[in-house]
Design a binder for this molecule. Sequence first.
Ligand SMILES: Nc1ncnc2c1ncn2[C@@H]1O[C@H](COP(=O)(O)OP(=O)(O)OP(=O)(O)O)[C@@H](O)[C@H]1O
Ligand SMILES: [Mg+2]
Length: 361
Amino acid sequence: MSNSDFIVRGEKLVKTFTSREGLFSKPKTVTAVDSVSVSIRKGETFAIVGESGSGKSTLGRMLLNLMTPTAGEVTFEGQAVNRMQGKALSEFRRDFQIIFQDPFSSLNPRMSVADIVGEPLWLEGRLSVGERRQRVQELLQLVGLRPDQADRYPHEFSGGQRQRIGIARAIAGSPKVILGDEPVSALDVSVQAQIINLLEDLKEKLGLTLIIVAHDLAVIRHMSDRVAVMYLGEIIELADVQDLYAEPLHPYTRALLEAVPAAQPSARQDRALVKGELALSGGQGGCKFASRCPFAKPICQTTAPKLLMAGSSRQIACHFWKEIAAEAPMTVKPDRTAPGLARKLEIYRERQARNAASAAQ
Ligand SMILES: Nc1ncnc2c1ncn2[C@@H]1O[C@H](COP(=O)(O)OP(=O)(O)OP(=O)(O)O)[C@@H](O)[C@H]1O
Ligand SMILES: [Mg+2]
């Protein structure tokens, strides 16, 4: 794969935060992202998953230049983002948009939908008032809202509709990449399915690249091409979505997949692989997952495994993934996860295929 196939790349990205709990306590440093390299392909949906606090949002924000890395570099279409200025920087800002988890708090309650969606266009200053109004109406239709809803305010909409408004605003300036930070976590399952479907539809129509941050594996499964699994600031497994779900290799990925709500919650508890909380201070020089890993051996406590290729399109950071896969193959195929969401998506997709077929006739 040549470099031009990648739209965004992060090279050895590090982000540390220093905070002081009390006035006289020693400052504490947290490494939220610990030397992560990622390359996002043009047109793919790239998912970042992991527990709360694993550094997903921090990584996403650095890729978007909303946060300056402590070390490392982000490139967008081959250009270093931290050296962009003037026109290049404003183009980057237009090309890379974000949609948030909570559509309510991210929309200004005192602005009408027309103003919220039209603001990026107004800032760009290229369209007249009339043209802007027309474009806003087109955008609302594109996200499944009615043009006559443009003069209403966010509180007059449901959660799903508000997320549609946020999406309309994000696509207003015709971006190339959209980062969704938990874009459907605040919505219930049937609305989740609609929004996932909308994002996929827009991705096709507008040729977008999507980066989706989520802790919900059912969501990731149904809307991504590749998945990076993060643990305490590091990527510990990266794989095509089918491979990851068919055979998760890292003990942590296995544990995550088993934690997806199953049809029988009691059966799920028996199979729980990892116990305990995400420890903020990982292993001292060893594998950060060692203290929770059921397969850990002495070397895991002292030597951190590197993220290495495992097959042609997969990377994994575990000393013993081969042995684990041979000795303890995953017995539970997580196929029956989130049946509600899977079924709803199927129905939407069938409907869409029917509509496309009848439109073609
Ligand atoms: N502005 C900040 N100041 C101090 N610490 C921060 C800041 N932002 C994040 N952190 C810390 O960095 C770590 C990673 O946070 P981050 O928000 O990236 O995790 P996340 O994977 O997105 O979690 P969640 O699923 O809860 O959103 C956490 O330990 C968090 O407390
Ligand atoms: Mg987050």
